[in-house]
Design a protein around this ligand. Structure first.
Ligand code: FEO
Length: 396
């Protein structure tokens, strides 16, 4: 049994088998589905776990409460990694009351057909458990429209749903003070960039709503339980990312079939380095999962994209990356671009259309190469790199 404080317990599970979260994002270190149990005069469970882990989950619950029934299931978020066990839970605890907002309760019916016996709550409503009292705050689009948080007024614990979550299974107990947290900080940024990245404005609204709320412990649905000075640090990470705040550096994401376009990327990287830029990351869009590219795009101010022409358009993996960037409404980047073709020019035109759509500040002159590298192309790549370096250095 893992007790977080008093009669508040962790009953979540580690998933070390899933390879792709949402079928898209790699999980080299696994992921957790966190659930919490408050065994007070009333018993409240906060969120559930992926249905594949129901057996283990229910064992953990019973380890805490034995044969006592669960009075309430508080649903902060309805995505199936957290709601997946609701239908089975209802079979085990037929008298359980589902507590959430109307949108979430409608989803319970829609997903699982077990939307009866509910208590609908609104912003600021509370739920008395005995010693503990939960207060609910809506944080729509962090990361679905029904999402809310539950704040324990007694022990100042924020059960935050996906907010403040990270990838990474737990190697030991869930509390940050009992582990080396190094891994989770980078996995938190990747989680944010991949899963929550589109919703910067809603995250900012949520942070404003929680501003002034005294939080001793953050219990999110993914990753460690955060305490002490890490509470402010975690909030700071989400604040920075949701403001699209970046640091000096350049991500060069490129596609290349035979190495010619890669030579352009290398020339740009070399000149950036000569010009004094130290944070330079090259990503081959075919070999590096875009999950990692997106995380770096959220980190660095400069973006340089390059790809060859392919089937009268652009290299497909670059098309996908551009779509992923557009979907996230990313802001405040400097953008340069380059491309190549063998007999018909299309890639640079497609990148130009992308640059207009995302409304990044375009720096330098786009470079286009026909067939192989030549001195004039190398010089143009160096000029593009210098323009990017100058723009970044102007912000110092
Ligand atoms: Fe972890 Fe949005 O679900």
């Amino acid at each position: 049994m893992i007790t977080l404080k008093g009669n508040v317990h962790y009953v979540g599970v580690n998933d070390r088998a899933k390879t792709l979260f949402e079928g898209l994002w790699p999980l080299p270190y696994g992921v957790t589905y966190n659930s919490y149990l408050i065994a007070d005069e009333k018993v409240a469970l906060i969120d559930t776990v992926d249905v594949n882990f129901f057996d283990l989950f229910i064992e953990k619950v019973r380890e805490v409460i034995g044969k006592r029934p669960i009075d309430y299931l508080v649903i902060n978020h309805m995505e199936p990694d957290h709601s997946g066990s609701i239908r089975l839970l209802r079979q085990f605890y037929p008298n359980i009351t589902l507590v959430s907002n109307k949108k979430a309760l409608d989803m319970v019916e829609g997903f699982y057909g077990v939307g009866a016996q509910t208590r609908a709550i609104n912003e600021g409503d509370t739920l008395e458990l005995g010693h503990h009292k939960l207060r609910f705050h809506m944080i729509p689009m962090v990361h679905w429209p029904e999402t809310m948080v539950s704040y324990d007024l007694t022990d100042h614990i924020l059960f935050s749903g996906d907010a403040f979550g990270s990838f990474g299974a737990l190697n030991g107990t869930p509390v940050d003070t009992h582990m080396d947290t190094t891994l989770y900080w980078s996995e938190m940024e990747r989680y944010y960039a991949n899963i929550v990245g589109k919703y910067g404005a809603p995250v900012q609204k949520a942070l404003q709503k929680l501003d002034g709320v005294f939080i001793e412990m953050i219990c999110s649905t993914h990753g460690p339980v955060w305490t002490g000075e890490n509470v402010a640090k975690v909030v700071g990470v989400y604040d920075r990312l949701s403001r699209y705040a970046t640091e000096e550096g350049v991500v060069i994401a490129y596609g290349s079939m035979y190495g010619n376009t890669q030579q352009m990327a290398e020339a740009i990287a070399e000149e950036l380095s000569v010009q004094g830029i130290r944070k330079i990351v090259l990503h081959d869009v075919s070999r590096v999962n875009h999950s990692y590219i997106l995380a770096d795009l959220f980190r660095y101010k400069g973006i340089i994209l390059g790809a060859p022409t392919y089937n009268a358009s652009i290299y497909p993996q670059m098309e996908m990356l551009m779509s992923e960037i557009e979907m996230r409404d990313m802001k405040d980047h400097y953008l340069g671009y380059f491309g190549s073709f063998s007999w018909a020019s299309h890639a640079v035109k497609r990148l130009a259309a992308f640059s207009e759509k995302v409304k990044f500040e375009v720096v330098g002159t786009p470079v286009e190469m026909k067939q192989g590298m030549k001195d004039s192309v190398r010089t143009a790549c160096q000029e593009l790199a210098k323009a990017m370096a100058d723009r970044l250095k102007a912000d110092r």
